[in-house]
Design a binder for this molecule. Structure first.
Ligand code: NAD
Ligand code: LMR
Length: 333
């Protein structure tokens, strides 16, 4: 029998050496950390995206199993697996979009900052690979603490001379997904009809839901505002505690990342009006990186939108983030 897993160096019996070459046009996407809690579900969801022609799944463990599994799905994308650092360069070569959920997750009692030491090193190595092998790819960074891993990635790209601020995107979509869900619950409406901009960062009080800008327009009581803000800011901790040592959000995160990846690909395709919140290099505030609404286009985050009118509660929230920043760097939590 020929080997049936399309791992680096293996082949399957096929009339086409590479289906994607003769197949439908689409984008090439790599997932780094594809065998993890987020990575596995995200691999499945991205394999279902019709805009993807090639899907590369990279991890330092278990990539063959995940690749074999996902590759049996009868959707268009050709799946290839890559195991271990010596295959990182091949995993990255030619990619249009690289999504990075590699790294350790929190356990109860930990802040996201406790992950910094180990995840910073992982992100650095992976971004060095991106700079070398696909410097023009859009990078969606999920690994925590996002408030710090994104600036680290920027430094790696600057050092390599490849930094393009439009192409480095911290993934904060889960904050928006949670905000939409919790707001819809309070209002008693369908979450698919709700859009809540969430700006700032991705940790505790740096997560700033702009409840005054919710679509469809609505108003909240002060009690509802306190409840929603607290629930959105601590949504990650809610899941970490419920999982009781078995990790942090993976399923809702994979869903959010798949949504985000789809928006990036629609932008790359040239669709108009693709707008998502993302943690990017920014001049919207005095902070060097800040999550806001961005418009995704052929070259990444082509437009970064201002915060829009804030009410007093939201202005105070923003001030708190600035104060924390000037007191000693970004909050990680
Ligand atoms: P996990 O432990 O289940 O999976 C992580 C995967 O990364 C593992 O398969 C591991 O082998 C892999 N990995 C480790 N080092 C690697 C390297 N050098 N190269 C490639 N892969 C490597 O963790 P998870 O639950 O999937 O979470 C992953 C990360 O995402 C964590 O840092 C977590 O805090 C973060 N996260 C972020 C958000 C967000 O909103 N941005 C949400 C949830 C989780
Ligand atoms: C989340 O918001 O769920 C993630 O950042 C994971 C975590 O540690 O909370």
């Amino acid at each position: 029998h020929p080997p049936t897993i399309q791992m680096e160096g293996s082949s399957v019996l096929s009339r086409a050496s590479c289906r994607a070459k003769g197949g439908a046009p689409g984008f090439k996407v790599a997932i780094l950390g594809a065998a993890g809690g987020i990575g596995q579900s995200l691999s499945m969801l991205v394999k279902m995206n019709p805009l993807v022609s090639v899907l590369h799944l990279y991890d330092v463990v278990n990539a063959p199993g995940v690749t074999a599994d996902v590759s049996h799905m009868d959707t268009g994308a050709v799946v290839r697996g890559f195991l271990g650092q010596q295959q990182l360069e091949n995993a990255l070569t030619g990619m249009d979009l690289v999504i990075i959920p590699a790294g350790v997750p929190r356990k109860p009692g930990m802040t996201r900052d406790d992950l910094f030491k180990i995840n910073a090193g992982i992100v650095k190595t992976l971004c060095e690979g991106v700079a070398k092998c696909c410097p023009r790819a859009i990078v969606g960074l999920i690994s925590n603490p996002v408030n710090s891993t994104v600036p680290i990635a920027a430094e790696v790209f600057k050092k390599a001379g490849t930094f393009d601020p439009k192409k480095l995107l911290g993934v904060t979509t889960l904050d928006v997904v949670r905000a939409n869900t919790f707001v819809a619950e309070v209002l008693g409406i369908d979450p698919r009809e709700v859009n809540v901009p969430v700006v700032g960062g991705h940790a505790g009080v740096t997560i700033l839901p702009l409840l005054s800008q919710v679509k469809p327009p609505c108003s909240f009581t002060p009690e509802e505002i306190n409840y929603l803000t607290d629930r959105i800011q601590n949504g990650g901790t809610e899941v970490v505690e419920a999982k009781a040592g078995a990790g942090s959000a993976t399923l809702s995160m994979a869903y959010a990342a798949a949504k985000f990846a789809d928006a990036c690909l629609r932008g790359l395709r040239g669709d108009a009006g693709v707008i998502e919140c993302s943690f990017v290099s920014s001049q919207v505030t005095e902070l060097p990186f800040f999550a806001t609404k961005v418009r995704l286009g052929r070259t990444g985050a082509e437009e970064i939108f201002p915060l829009g009118p804030l009410n007093e509660y939201e202005r105070e929230g923003k001030e708190r983030v600035s104060r924390k920043h000037s007191e000693g760097g970004l909050l990680h939590q």
